[in-house]
Design a binder for this molecule. Structure first.
Ligand code: HEM
Length: 459
């Protein structure tokens, strides 16, 4: 697919568009089954397709070159001020994920050192210790022979890891309330961004009240994190401390309490929910593909020989990493990204007038039949270095790309590999039979009814 400069914009046609229901357009199907719907539109209409949500239209860009154009090469022409952003701000305020311009850049520069390579290496121990504790619990469940939803364990584990490493406080005791609230606010937020016309939040509807209660609960967790640190006079070098100590170069002012709340909540939610989902999908896929699991166990035995993994083992856990990459391809936890065109542009020969909303979907691009062989199949070896070179750069973009690329991508990849290497040396998880596991697309992609398994001690 070719992308072009703005000079050609007036001559180019608008992207093709399927006919939707009068007034609502494609709103209903975007809510009920967006994954299948979007894939079908791209198959039928091509790599740039316009769909309708009430009076608004949304252009889906599916080809990796178009994705690169929007996220990286022409990132200056695209902003984040979409309806999705407005809906997310109701929860996250103006944290790193939901801010823009010079304000965003300042916050990004402030947070970046907390994710530097050396800092991440220091987190490895916490990640492995947390995974070892979970492995012990799973061994006990193996002995008891009970079935359980491992997606819940994944949430609790990643919450413990994110809160301990970034804020020095383990809040996983509240995991159940946090996971419940997160599940509901996501569905609420996703519904709001797919409403034909947004319903004012001040209307006293039960769903609005529930959203407020959930937000208050999350606020309490965040306040707890901040207050604990303010009472603690010891030396800390984590993300929270950087935020607390940040001072404006000109005025000397510190971050306001509201800003601090927004940043901590953003990191807490963005830092655990996505990784938990990736881990759940991995455990599901490994149970469905025993030969890959056996190869993975063989790699772990060879590299680690029964000991706990460290940060230094990462380069040698190559298959483990390929498995993670393949899971993120098939089940990208952030399955859709939205942008708005700030200027006229042309993508793939189609006109993108200023103000157009765009939807980039890792789910759609990662399963694009003209980009991937056997796109629906699970095959970690497509991530062998020799195959990677065969694909365009943005064929795989679970962490986005360009200036707004996920700040936690290396954190997440390291966590996923270390957690898998720890767990799989000690337990095998097998899906309970007769289960149909479907993705539930809201802001992230969760397994709709969890991932029910039984455990066995590793052979
Ligand atoms: C498998 C795990 C993860 C996935 C799939 C994921 C995915 C993404 C994606 C796609 C974006 C870009 C959104 C956009 O361009 O609109 C993003 C941004 C972000 N992610 Fe992640 N993420 C993951 C883990 C993490 C972790 C572990 C953290 C923090 C510890 C984190 C924090 C953030 C933040 C703060 C942003 C906003 C960055 C900015 O705009 O400057 N994420 N993530």
């Amino acid at each position: 697919m070719s992308t072009h400069s703005a000079g050609e914009s007036t001559a180019a046609p608008l992207p093709p568009s399927p006919v939707g229901t009068p007034l609502l357009g494609h709103m209903r199907v975007l809510r009920s089954d967006p994954l299948t719907f979007l894939q079908a539109q791209v198959r039928q209409y091509g790599d740039v397709v316009r769909i309708h949500v009430g009076p608004a239209s949304l252009v889906v860009v599916a080809h990796p070159d178009g994705v690169r154009h929007v996220l990286q090469d022409q990132a200056k022409r695209y902003g984040k001020r979409t309806r999705g952003l407005a809906a997310l701000r109701e929860l996250l305020g103006h944290g790193l994920l939901t801010s823009e311009g010079s304000f965003w850049l300042r916050q990004r520069r402030l947070a970046q050192p907390a994710f530097h390579r050396q800092r991440l290496a220091g987190f490895a121990r916490t990640m492995v210790d947390a995974a070892s504790d979970l492995a012990s619990e799973l061994e006990a469940r193996a002995d008891a022979g009970t079935a359980f939803d491992v997606a819940e364990d994944c949430m609790r584990l990643t919450l413990r890891i994110a809160s301990s490493t970034l804020f020095g406080k383990d809040v996983s005791g509240a995991w159940h309330d946090i996971a419940d609230a997160m599940g509901r606010v996501q569905v609420f937020t996703y519904k709001r961004l797919t409403q034909a016309l947004p319903i004012p939040r001040r209307l006293p509807l039960p769903t609005h009240r529930r959203f407020e209660r959930d937000t208050h609960m999350l606020d309490r967790v965040v306040r707890g994190i901040i207050e604990t640190r303010r009472r603690d006079t010891g030396a800390h070098h984590d993300l929270l401390q950087m935020m607390l100590e940040q001072q404006d170069a000109d005025t000397g002012e510190r971050m306001s309490d509201t800003q601090l709340r927004d940043e901590v909540l953003t990191m807490l939610l963005a830092g655990h929910e996505t990784t938990a989902n990736a881990l759940s999908w991995t455990l599901m896929l490994l149970s469905q593909h025993p030969s890959v699991r056996r190869d993975l166990e063989a790699e772990l035995a060879q590299v680690l020989g029964g000991r706990k993994p460290t940060d230094e083992d990462l380069p040698r856990l190559a298959l483990t990493r390929r498995v993670v990459d393949e899971v993120l391809r098939l089940y990208p936890p952030a399955w859709s990204l939205s942008r708005v065109a700030i200027e006229d542009d042309v993508i793939g020969g189609f006109r993108i007038p200023k103000g157009t909303y765009l939807l980039l979907s890792p789910w759609v691009t990662h399963r694009h039949p003209r980009v991937w062989d056997n796109p629906e199949g699970f095959d970690p070896d497509r991530f062998l270095p020799e195959h990677e070179q065969e694909r365009p750069r943005f064929a795989w973009f679970p962490f986005g790309g360009g200036p707004r690329q996920c700040i936690g991508n290396q954190f997440a990849l390291m966590e996923l590999v270390l957690v898998l290497a720890t767990l799989l040396q000690r337990v095998r998880l097998n899906l309970t039979p007769g289960q149909i596991i479907r993705p539930a697309p809201a802001i992230t992609l969760r397994p709709r009814s969890g991932v029910w398994v039984t455990a066995a001690r590793a052979p």
